[in-house]
Design a protein around this ligand. Structure first.
Ligand code: GUN
Length: 284
């Protein structure tokens, strides 16, 4: 039997449609800061802008030169914090050159109430308490949870194997799965004998950025596979999972593209609406 296809497209449209009346009422404004001209970032930003347009959300792109200094970027962040007409903002990653190493210092400057990416220590730290405190979760992990929940896939008690340890996907999705009572195994690029762990997965989440990392010998029958990878191979977008082969064993699987990607965008916009609601609550 072919696996169930977990498409993020329809669900992301459902989430976006649910945001529309709130956007009309609250009129939030998102600002996207792009440093440099990385083509993949330009594509992601275009998708974020298009999604905002589709629900009438204000969205502005602030483009800075790749040569922008740490000092200037800090000044930019502080100005965004102080601008009452900016609900939320994101610094599109990856940052070019030396700025990349300065990410922790830069994120420390972001007002947690405007941190719609959920990357600040405050918002990440709150996630450790429980799912009730996931107020502004990082968008990709939030999208994965939505996808599993919408498909009626049980998390509690299941073995969830996360391959990847990034601050924006691997670590927060492991925390969110743990908050929902999964037994979580966290693997990464240094894990020895990766297959030993992935074979145990009821739910396998892969976010490494390595095409064909997961092959059919590494999974058990009926596994739910969430492929977060976005790689270009011979001009084609592929994930981290050998889709054709792993599909023969999986119970459910995300396509790439069209799986988690659209949900990341929808959950970012949802965070922007939530940020506005929380800012209003804080003032009242
Ligand atoms: N680059 C890849 N994914 C993301 C994301 O979710 N947020 C930001 N700011 N940059 C990214």
């Amino acid at each position: 039997m072919p696996p169930r296809l977990l498409s993020g497209k329809d669900l992301s449209e459902k989430i976006l449609a649910s945001l529309k009346p709130k956007v009309k009422k609250l009129d939030p404004r998102l600002v996207i800061v792009q440093v440099g001209d990385e083509p993949a970032s330009t594509t992601y930003i275009r998708k974020k802008k298009e999604a905002c347009e589709s629900i009438g959300m204000r969205c502005d792109l602030m483009k800075l030169k790749a040569s922008t200094s740490f000092k200037v970027l800090i000044k930019t962040i502080r100005a965004l914090n102080d601008d009452a007409d900016v609900t939320g903002y994101i610094i599109q990653l990856p940052l070019p050159g030396a700025l990349h190493e300065n990410e922790p210092q830069l994120f420390r400057e972001i007002d947690p109430y405007k941190d719609v990416d959920g990357f600040t220590a405050y918002n990440l730290g709150k996630m450790f308490i429980s799912s009730e405190f996931e107020h502004l979760p990082p968008a990709t992990p939030a999208g994965i949870i939505e996808l599993l929940s919408d498909a009626g896939i049980k998390i509690e008690g299941k073995c969830a194997v996360v391959v990847g340890q990034s601050n924006i996907v691997g670590k927060p999705i492991a925390t969110m799965l743990l908050n929902r009572n999964a037994t979580v195994i966290q693997c990464h690029k240094f894990t020895e004998n990766l297959a030993q762990y992935t074979k145990q997965a009821d739910i396998l989440i892969v976010a490494v950025g390595k095409p064909n990392l997961i092959t059919s010998e590494m999974v058990k029958k009926g596994v739910v596979v969430i492929d977060v990878g976005i790689n270009t191979v011979k001009g084609k977008i592929v994930g981290d999972v050998d889709y054709d082969e792993v599909s023969k064993f999986a119970g459910a699987i995300t396509p790439v593209p069209g799986g988690v990607g659209p949900l990341t965008v929808a959950c970012l916009l949802r965070n922007c609406v939530r940020a506005k609601e929380r800012q209003i609550d804080r003032k009242s």
